[in-house]
Ligand binder design. Structure first.
Ligand code: MG
Length: 266
């Protein structure tokens, strides 16, 4: 069962969310040809140290026993990499798309957000992939305020993505978030028909979830690289990922990882 948060607790989560937003401002400016993914990760880790927050991704245990924990403060996934890419010496090139996912804990409360950035000029279909993925996140947030159950939102998300000829990744889903980065419930981005009835949840004030659609240009299937973390599309075509931490309030959905003036991905 999901845990409901008080307005005060949601206010504390927004403080963590603001640092995550700040990290994305830095990351977005750094994405350009010739910059390595390790440099971007280092800049974000430095920000987290300056703000006195705990990086949530560093040392996350591997889901396979005996395999290495995640080594960095950010997941950086380029082109056909879907999620969980490990920052390293790879230098970005013109036309790459770069998914950056990061989170932090401030005073015991978590924030988590991801965005896919274009490195220089990208091809028109790739640009469309970024727009559709960003738009489906915003569609979901808007619909949270209109629907009673998450499955209704998720069904619209999948329909929207498919109407543009792309596919929704089903191997990974969003999550409840609060004291821990990953809490109940699971938050899928695909049709309600595929969600077990028992796994559905009501959209009530106090619910806080990280919504994170991953959209593939080609087929939805993914596979893991031998590094035991990076997930890539099976067909090698590009993938995009956008995420916000969102609270349901009595006034509707509220994006906690938005900027200080409520700005979000454009
Ligand atoms: Mg997340």
């Amino acid at each position: 069962m999901e845990i409901l948060r008080s307005p005060r607790e949601i206010g504390l989560m927004r403080k963590a969310g603001l640092v995550v937003w700040e990290a994305h401002q830095i990351a977005g400016r750094m994405v350009r040809p010739g910059v390595s993914t390790a440099e971007i990760d280092r800049a974000i880790e430095q920000l987290f140290a300056e703000r006195n927050v705990v990086p949530l991704f560093k040392h996350v245990p591997n889901s396979s026993e005996g395999k290495p924990p995640f080594p960095a403060a950010t997941c950086i996934s380029v082109n056909e990499e879907v999620v969980h890419g490990i920052p390293g010496p790879r230098k970005l090139a013109e036309g790459d798309i770069v998914s950056i996912d990061t989170g932090c804990k401030l005073d015991g409360w978590c924030g988590d957000a991801a965005a896919t950035y274009a490195c220089g000029k990208v091809s028109p279909p790739t640009r469309k992939l970024l727009e559709v993925t960003r738009d489906v996140l915003h569609l979901a947030i808007e619909q949270m305020g209109r629907c009673r159950w998450w499955s209704e939102v998720a069904t619209q998300m999948e329909r929207f993505v498919k109407s543009h000829g792309f596919s929704v990744v089903e191997a990974f889903v969003g999550h409840g978030i609060g004291r821990d980065m990953h809490e109940e419930p699971q938050v899928p981005n695909f049709s309600g028909r595929k969600i077990r009835r028992t796994a559905d949840f009501r959209l009530v004030p106090g619910l806080v979830v990280a919504i994170e659609p991953m959209v593939n240009m080609g087929r939805k299937t993914v596979r893991q690289l031998p590094d035991h973390w990076t997930q890539v599309t099976r067909d090698g075509r590009p993938s995009a990922h956008f995420e916000h931490t969102v609270a349901m309030t009595s006034k509707g959905p509220d994006i906690l990882t938005a900027g200080p003036l409520g700005e979000t991905w454009t």
